[in-house]
Write a protein that binds this ligand. Sequence first.
Ligand code: SF4
Ligand code: SF4
Length: 180
Amino acid sequence: MESLSNRKQVVSKKEMTFMEKIYLPAILGGMWITFKHLFRKNNTTKYPEEVREFAPVYRGQHVLKRDEQGRENCTACGLCAVACPAEAITMVSEERKKGEEHLYREEKYASTYEINMLRCIFCGLCEEACPKEAIFLTDRIVPSNFERGEFVFGKDKLVESVEERIDITKRQHTGKRGTK
Ligand code: SF4
Ligand code: SF4
């Protein structure tokens, strides 16, 4: 009968040859492949002694950035939370009070900002959505833990410290700064 796809194959049940019947050549062939691998370069990375180099755009643990004067960039607009497909971000916004200008760059700030790292899929959409260059994903790995509650990262873990800034220059797109 004609095949509509023209991909029909006839399966033949042909007799095995003498060499196929004794299996020895196939066994030797398999052993030869194994032997060749003994002298190949080992691709295993012995973590944690050896650490593989990450791509500059690797998406790991988030950082909430401060500006040059040490003030928090985040204005609690909520765009990152709206953009997050995993609904991993929650925040509480507050008005900046008089005398807090040195703490928060904008008139509104996040008094609470949390990311549930167990929900996060590290897609980077929060970073893309942020109009204030406040949130970035970094090359840091989220540490393991036995307690689920420990994976809800608050501002204490997310906001960078004034003394130890986290370099995210490689993650900033050209031309983005001028628009924010
Ligand atoms: S990286 Fe993606 S999943 Fe994780 S918090 Fe940001 S938007 Fe949500
Ligand atoms: S991190 Fe950016 S997008 Fe998210 S609330 Fe703060 S300013 Fe808005």
